[in-house]
Design a protein around this ligand. Structure first.
Ligand code: DGL
Length: 282
Protein backbone atom coordinates (compact mmCIF):
# COMPACT_ATOMS: atom_id res chain seq x y z
CA UNK A 1 0.00 0.00 0.00
CA UNK A 2 1.11 3.57 -0.63
CA UNK A 3 0.32 5.61 2.46
CA UNK A 4 -0.68 9.24 2.30
CA UNK A 5 1.89 11.66 3.55
CA UNK A 6 0.63 13.19 6.77
CA UNK A 7 2.21 16.38 7.89
CA UNK A 8 1.21 19.58 9.50
CA UNK A 9 1.45 22.09 6.67
CA UNK A 10 1.85 25.27 8.71
CA UNK A 11 1.54 27.56 5.68
CA UNK A 12 -1.80 26.12 4.53
CA UNK A 13 -5.39 26.43 5.66
CA UNK A 14 -8.68 24.96 4.48
CA UNK A 15 -9.93 28.20 2.86
CA UNK A 16 -7.14 28.25 0.28
CA UNK A 17 -7.74 26.96 -3.28
CA UNK A 18 -6.71 23.59 -4.70
CA UNK A 19 -4.06 23.84 -7.42
CA UNK A 20 -4.42 21.38 -10.30
CA UNK A 21 -2.24 21.05 -13.37
CA UNK A 22 -1.94 19.03 -16.54
CA UNK A 23 -0.50 19.49 -20.02
CA UNK A 24 -3.94 20.36 -21.39
CA UNK A 25 -7.57 19.33 -21.09
CA UNK A 26 -6.87 15.95 -19.45
CA UNK A 27 -6.71 17.32 -15.92
CA UNK A 28 -10.19 18.78 -16.42
CA UNK A 29 -11.55 15.25 -16.02
CA UNK A 30 -10.03 15.22 -12.52
CA UNK A 31 -10.95 18.86 -11.78
CA UNK A 32 -14.56 18.15 -12.70
CA UNK A 33 -14.67 15.06 -10.43
CA UNK A 34 -13.22 17.18 -7.60
CA UNK A 35 -16.01 19.73 -8.03
CA UNK A 36 -18.58 16.95 -7.77
CA UNK A 37 -17.04 15.46 -4.64
CA UNK A 38 -16.01 18.80 -3.08
CA UNK A 39 -18.27 21.52 -4.53
CA UNK A 40 -17.22 24.16 -1.99
CA UNK A 41 -13.53 23.99 -2.90
CA UNK A 42 -12.07 26.67 -5.13
CA UNK A 43 -9.82 25.49 -7.99
CA UNK A 44 -6.86 27.08 -9.68
CA UNK A 45 -6.20 25.04 -12.82
CA UNK A 46 -3.15 25.29 -15.05
CA UNK A 47 -3.19 23.64 -18.51
CA UNK A 48 0.26 23.75 -20.09
CA UNK A 49 -1.10 23.84 -23.62
CA UNK A 50 2.07 25.55 -24.91
CA UNK A 51 4.09 22.40 -24.11
CA UNK A 52 1.54 19.71 -24.85
CA UNK A 53 1.98 16.76 -25.21
CA UNK A 54 4.06 15.81 -22.19
CA UNK A 55 3.93 12.11 -23.03
CA UNK A 56 6.86 12.06 -25.44
CA UNK A 57 9.14 14.49 -23.58
CA UNK A 58 12.11 13.54 -21.41
CA UNK A 59 11.82 13.17 -17.65
CA UNK A 60 14.12 16.16 -17.21
CA UNK A 61 11.88 18.41 -19.30
CA UNK A 62 8.73 17.24 -17.49
CA UNK A 63 10.38 17.95 -14.13
CA UNK A 64 11.33 21.48 -15.26
CA UNK A 65 7.82 22.25 -16.50
CA UNK A 66 6.28 20.81 -13.35
CA UNK A 67 8.50 22.86 -11.02
CA UNK A 68 7.66 26.04 -12.89
CA UNK A 69 3.93 25.35 -12.71
CA UNK A 70 4.15 24.35 -9.04
CA UNK A 71 5.89 27.69 -8.33
CA UNK A 72 3.09 29.51 -10.11
CA UNK A 73 0.40 27.64 -8.16
CA UNK A 74 2.28 28.16 -4.91
CA UNK A 75 2.33 31.91 -5.60
CA UNK A 76 -1.43 31.68 -6.11
CA UNK A 77 -1.58 30.53 -2.50
CA UNK A 78 -2.92 27.03 -3.09
CA UNK A 79 -3.10 24.57 -0.18
CA UNK A 80 -2.30 21.54 -2.32
CA UNK A 81 -0.78 20.89 -5.74
CA UNK A 82 -2.55 18.04 -7.51
CA UNK A 83 -0.52 16.72 -10.43
CA UNK A 84 -3.49 15.81 -12.65
CA UNK A 85 -1.24 14.26 -15.26
CA UNK A 86 0.08 10.71 -15.14
CA UNK A 87 3.24 11.55 -17.08
CA UNK A 88 4.15 14.35 -14.65
CA UNK A 89 3.09 12.15 -11.70
CA UNK A 90 5.46 9.41 -12.94
CA UNK A 91 8.45 11.71 -13.47
CA UNK A 92 8.04 14.71 -11.21
CA UNK A 93 6.11 13.72 -8.04
CA UNK A 94 9.16 12.96 -5.86
CA UNK A 95 11.06 15.93 -7.26
CA UNK A 96 8.16 18.31 -6.56
CA UNK A 97 7.87 17.05 -3.01
CA UNK A 98 11.56 17.73 -2.45
CA UNK A 99 11.45 21.00 -4.36
CA UNK A 100 8.61 22.45 -2.33
CA UNK A 101 10.39 21.18 0.71
CA UNK A 102 7.16 19.84 2.16
CA UNK A 103 5.74 23.37 2.42
CA UNK A 104 2.51 22.21 0.86
CA UNK A 105 0.77 18.95 0.16
CA UNK A 106 1.62 17.44 -3.23
CA UNK A 107 -0.71 14.77 -4.61
CA UNK A 108 -0.31 12.61 -7.71
CA UNK A 109 -2.84 10.64 -9.78
CA UNK A 110 -1.05 7.27 -9.80
CA UNK A 111 -1.01 6.28 -6.11
CA UNK A 112 -4.80 6.51 -5.59
CA UNK A 113 -5.36 4.14 -8.53
CA UNK A 114 -2.67 1.74 -7.29
CA UNK A 115 -4.40 1.70 -3.88
CA UNK A 116 -7.79 1.13 -5.53
CA UNK A 117 -6.38 -1.86 -7.45
CA UNK A 118 -4.88 -3.28 -4.23
CA UNK A 119 -8.30 -3.08 -2.56
CA UNK A 120 -10.38 -4.50 -5.42
CA UNK A 121 -8.32 -7.04 -7.40
CA UNK A 122 -6.36 -10.23 -6.75
CA UNK A 123 -4.72 -12.96 -8.88
CA UNK A 124 -5.72 -11.41 -12.15
CA UNK A 125 -4.40 -9.58 -15.19
CA UNK A 126 -4.79 -5.82 -15.38
CA UNK A 127 -4.00 -3.63 -18.37
CA UNK A 128 -2.61 -0.10 -18.21
CA UNK A 129 -2.63 2.31 -21.11
CA UNK A 130 -0.95 5.70 -21.09
CA UNK A 131 1.55 7.96 -22.79
CA UNK A 132 4.98 6.67 -23.80
CA UNK A 133 6.46 8.49 -20.82
CA UNK A 134 4.09 6.92 -18.28
CA UNK A 135 4.36 3.43 -19.73
CA UNK A 136 8.15 3.56 -20.15
CA UNK A 137 8.49 4.76 -16.55
CA UNK A 138 6.97 1.40 -15.50
CA UNK A 139 5.47 3.20 -12.50
CA UNK A 140 2.04 1.52 -12.46
CA UNK A 141 3.48 -1.96 -12.92
CA UNK A 142 6.15 -1.43 -10.27
CA UNK A 143 3.74 -0.05 -7.67
CA UNK A 144 0.93 -2.55 -8.32
CA UNK A 145 3.24 -5.57 -8.22
CA UNK A 146 5.00 -4.21 -5.12
CA UNK A 147 1.61 -4.41 -3.38
CA UNK A 148 0.55 -7.76 -4.75
CA UNK A 149 2.68 -10.14 -6.79
CA UNK A 150 -0.40 -12.15 -7.82
CA UNK A 151 -1.44 -9.37 -10.19
CA UNK A 152 -0.03 -9.43 -13.69
CA UNK A 153 0.21 -5.97 -15.25
CA UNK A 154 0.14 -5.55 -19.04
CA UNK A 155 1.27 -2.09 -20.10
CA UNK A 156 0.68 -0.51 -23.47
CA UNK A 157 1.59 2.97 -24.72
CA UNK A 158 -1.17 4.61 -26.74
CA UNK A 159 0.54 7.86 -27.76
CA UNK A 160 -1.92 8.98 -30.41
CA UNK A 161 -4.80 9.26 -27.95
CA UNK A 162 -3.73 12.63 -26.46
CA UNK A 163 -3.26 14.53 -29.76
CA UNK A 164 -6.44 12.85 -31.06
CA UNK A 165 -8.46 14.04 -28.06
CA UNK A 166 -6.87 17.50 -28.03
CA UNK A 167 -7.81 17.81 -31.72
CA UNK A 168 -11.40 16.92 -30.90
CA UNK A 169 -11.45 13.49 -32.57
CA UNK A 170 -13.81 11.66 -30.21
CA UNK A 171 -16.88 9.52 -30.93
CA UNK A 172 -16.14 9.36 -34.65
CA UNK A 173 -14.66 6.92 -37.17
CA UNK A 174 -11.12 8.21 -36.80
CA UNK A 175 -11.02 7.78 -33.03
CA UNK A 176 -12.77 4.40 -33.25
CA UNK A 177 -10.13 3.19 -35.74
CA UNK A 178 -7.24 4.40 -33.56
CA UNK A 179 -8.78 2.87 -30.44
CA UNK A 180 -9.32 -0.44 -32.24
CA UNK A 181 -5.80 -0.46 -33.62
CA UNK A 182 -4.17 0.03 -30.20
CA UNK A 183 -6.49 -2.01 -28.02
CA UNK A 184 -6.51 -5.10 -30.26
CA UNK A 185 -2.90 -5.65 -29.19
CA UNK A 186 -2.25 -9.18 -27.85
CA UNK A 187 -0.63 -7.52 -24.85
CA UNK A 188 -4.11 -6.79 -23.51
CA UNK A 189 -5.49 -10.34 -24.04
CA UNK A 190 -7.60 -11.61 -21.12
CA UNK A 191 -7.42 -8.53 -18.93
CA UNK A 192 -10.07 -8.20 -16.23
CA UNK A 193 -9.60 -4.49 -15.87
CA UNK A 194 -8.00 -1.63 -17.80
CA UNK A 195 -6.49 1.40 -16.07
CA UNK A 196 -6.80 4.61 -18.04
CA UNK A 197 -3.31 5.79 -17.09
CA UNK A 198 -3.72 9.20 -18.66
CA UNK A 199 -6.12 11.86 -17.49
CA UNK A 200 -7.15 12.64 -21.06
CA UNK A 201 -8.56 9.16 -21.60
CA UNK A 202 -11.80 9.40 -19.55
CA UNK A 203 -13.04 11.60 -22.42
CA UNK A 204 -13.06 8.44 -24.60
CA UNK A 205 -13.95 6.03 -21.78
CA UNK A 206 -17.25 4.89 -23.27
CA UNK A 207 -15.65 4.17 -26.64
CA UNK A 208 -13.03 2.07 -24.84
CA UNK A 209 -15.68 0.23 -22.82
CA UNK A 210 -17.60 -0.46 -26.00
CA UNK A 211 -14.47 -1.80 -27.72
CA UNK A 212 -14.28 -4.44 -24.97
CA UNK A 213 -18.04 -5.15 -25.25
CA UNK A 214 -18.40 -3.79 -21.72
CA UNK A 215 -16.71 -6.97 -20.40
CA UNK A 216 -13.61 -5.24 -18.98
CA UNK A 217 -13.73 -2.88 -15.96
CA UNK A 218 -12.38 0.37 -17.31
CA UNK A 219 -10.89 2.29 -14.39
CA UNK A 220 -11.35 5.99 -14.79
CA UNK A 221 -8.96 7.62 -12.36
CA UNK A 222 -10.84 10.93 -12.08
CA UNK A 223 -13.32 9.87 -9.41
CA UNK A 224 -10.80 7.65 -7.58
CA UNK A 225 -8.39 10.59 -7.42
CA UNK A 226 -11.10 13.03 -6.26
CA UNK A 227 -12.10 10.68 -3.40
CA UNK A 228 -8.48 10.19 -2.44
CA UNK A 229 -7.86 13.95 -2.49
CA UNK A 230 -10.80 14.42 -0.14
CA UNK A 231 -9.32 11.87 2.29
CA UNK A 232 -5.88 13.49 2.12
CA UNK A 233 -7.28 16.99 2.72
CA UNK A 234 -9.27 15.62 5.67
CA UNK A 235 -6.19 13.93 7.15
CA UNK A 236 -4.20 17.13 6.87
CA UNK A 237 -6.99 19.34 8.27
CA UNK A 238 -7.25 21.13 4.94
CA UNK A 239 -10.78 20.19 3.88
CA UNK A 240 -13.05 23.16 3.21
CA UNK A 241 -16.35 22.17 4.79
CA UNK A 242 -18.29 24.82 2.94
CA UNK A 243 -20.77 22.93 0.73
CA UNK A 244 -22.17 25.83 -1.24
CA UNK A 245 -20.62 25.71 -4.73
CA UNK A 246 -17.63 27.99 -5.25
CA UNK A 247 -17.77 30.07 -8.42
CA UNK A 248 -14.27 31.41 -8.00
CA UNK A 249 -12.41 28.79 -10.03
CA UNK A 250 -9.78 30.13 -12.42
CA UNK A 251 -8.42 28.23 -15.42
CA UNK A 252 -5.01 29.30 -16.70
CA UNK A 253 -3.53 28.08 -19.97
CA UNK A 254 -0.02 28.74 -21.23
CA UNK A 255 -1.41 29.06 -24.76
CA UNK A 256 -4.97 29.72 -25.81
CA UNK A 257 -6.75 27.03 -27.81
CA UNK A 258 -10.44 27.18 -28.64
CA UNK A 259 -10.67 23.44 -27.97
CA UNK A 260 -9.47 23.88 -24.39
CA UNK A 261 -12.11 26.53 -23.87
CA UNK A 262 -14.84 24.35 -25.42
CA UNK A 263 -13.94 21.33 -23.27
CA UNK A 264 -13.62 23.44 -20.12
CA UNK A 265 -17.05 24.96 -20.79
CA UNK A 266 -18.46 21.48 -21.37
CA UNK A 267 -17.14 20.18 -18.03
CA UNK A 268 -17.98 23.30 -16.04
CA UNK A 269 -21.23 24.30 -17.70
CA UNK A 270 -20.14 27.62 -19.17
CA UNK A 271 -19.10 29.03 -15.80
CA UNK A 272 -15.41 29.36 -16.49
CA UNK A 273 -12.92 32.11 -16.04
CA UNK A 274 -10.21 31.31 -18.63
CA UNK A 275 -6.96 33.27 -18.56
CA UNK A 276 -4.00 32.92 -20.91
CA UNK A 277 -0.79 33.15 -18.90
CA UNK A 278 2.66 32.42 -20.30
CA UNK A 279 4.41 31.78 -17.00
CA UNK A 280 7.68 31.03 -18.83
CA UNK A 281 8.00 34.67 -19.81
CA UNK A 282 7.40 36.06 -16.33
N1 DGL B 1 -3.01 14.03 -19.23
C1 DGL B 1 -1.62 13.70 -19.38
C2 DGL B 1 -1.34 12.37 -18.69
O1 DGL B 1 -2.13 11.96 -17.85
C3 DGL B 1 -1.33 13.83 -20.83
C4 DGL B 1 0.02 13.70 -21.23
C5 DGL B 1 0.42 14.41 -22.48
O2 DGL B 1 0.34 15.63 -22.53
O3 DGL B 1 0.94 13.70 -23.33
O4 DGL B 1 -0.33 11.74 -18.89
Amino acid sequence: MVFFNFKFFTMSNSEQPIGVFDSGVGGLTVASAIKQVLPGEKLIYFGDTAHLPYGDKSGETIINYSKHIADFLFQKNVKVVLIACNTASAFAYNELKQYLDDKILIVNVIDPVVNYVAEHYKETKIGVIGTKGTINSGMYEKKIVENDKSIQVASLATPLFVPMIEEGFVYDDISNAIIRSYLSSNILNNIQSLILGCTHYPIIKNQIRKFFDFKVDVLDSANIVAQSLKAQLEKNNLLNNNNSPSNEDVFYVSDYTSYFEAIARMFFEERINLVKRNIWKE
